[in-house]
Design a protein around this ligand. Structure first.
Ligand code: ADP
Ligand code: MG
Length: 245
């Protein structure tokens, strides 16, 4: 069971010439689910990209550590090796590379426990858990998949790789009600199965009905402007973000 913490402290970051995150602080511990909500353009995806080290974003100040390891000084693959995973808001198509190939490559750098089954075995078990059609497993990564299928695909990768901390950038977008329930349940179970810590970016309370947040943060203008329990998500759902901007 994983124990540890992902600590984001006074993070300031953006693109050249524009600061988007303006001093963001939050800590996610193993097994916890933190929801990040916020209006369009508030910097949620920027946070996800900066945490994972996407090229084109600059860090202007602050720190991000995973069990004391400075992530911001590491290339993306080493952040993954340290235990960080990102489910992208818009998963990209990778023609010519199958899901199995990409996961086999990823497992070479991501530590797995000695008894972990091989990629194929785990892939099929995880596909069954979230009702992902096996027909898609041999296709090129995300090619010709619908939005919802891509989100299931991201969840599948999470289940196979079993990272310590996962950032889910609108994993609910494009999912129908049944798929949402499957995905939410799978992620929720991971928090107790291996102690996954989750930063779930979402607009909608409906994800949080299946993936229960321990803490809810509202992001606005690149800062956390409110933090609370699950009741905060309900309030935002009812009243919108106006009170927080
Ligand atoms: P959210 O995910 O909360 O909707 P984003 O983090 O995607 O917001 O974007 C925050 C702001 O920064 C937006 O105004 C967006 O247009 C801008 N932005 C983010 N990334 C880039 C980029 N690579 N190039 C230009 N503008 C960007
Ligand atoms: Mg976004």
């Amino acid at each position: 069971m994983s124990t540890g913490e992902l600590v984001i402290e006074d993070l300031r970051a953006g693109i050249p010439g524009r600061e988007i995150l303006k001093g963001l602080t939050l800590t996610v511990r193993s097994g916890e689910v933190h929801a990040v909500m916020g209006p369009n353009g508030s910097g949620k995806s920027t946070l996800a990209h900066v945490l994972m080290g996407r090229p084109g974003y600059e860090v202007l100040g602050g720190s991000v550590t995973l069990d004391g390891i400075d992530l911001l000084g590491l290339p993306t693959w080493q952040r993954a090796r340290a235990g960080l995973f990102l489910a992208m808001q818009h998963p990209i198509e990778v023609p010519g590379v199958s899901l199995v190939e990409s996961l086999t490559a990823a497992r070479r750098i991501v530590p797995t426990d000695e008894t972990a089954p091989d990629v194929n075995e785990r892939l099929h078990a995880e596909a069954a858990r979230i009702g992902f059609d096996e027909r898609f497993l041999d296709r090129s990564l995300n090619v010709d998949l619908s939005g919802g299928e891509r989100k299931r695909n991201e969840t599948l990768q999470l289940g196979v790789l079993r990272p310590r901390f996962a950032i889910l950038d609108e994993i609910d977008s494009g999912l129908d009600v049944d798929a949402l329930a499957d995905v939410g349940k799978r992620v929720q179970e991971a928090t107790t199965e291996w102690g996954l810590g989750v930063l779930a970016i979402t607009h909608f309370h409906r994800l949080l009905d299946v993936l229960h947040p321990d803490v809810v943060h509202v992001l606005s203008g690149g800062r956390v402007v409110a933090t609370g329990g699950s009741e905060l998500a309900e309030i935002v759902d009812r009243t919108g973000y106006a009170a927080y901007t």
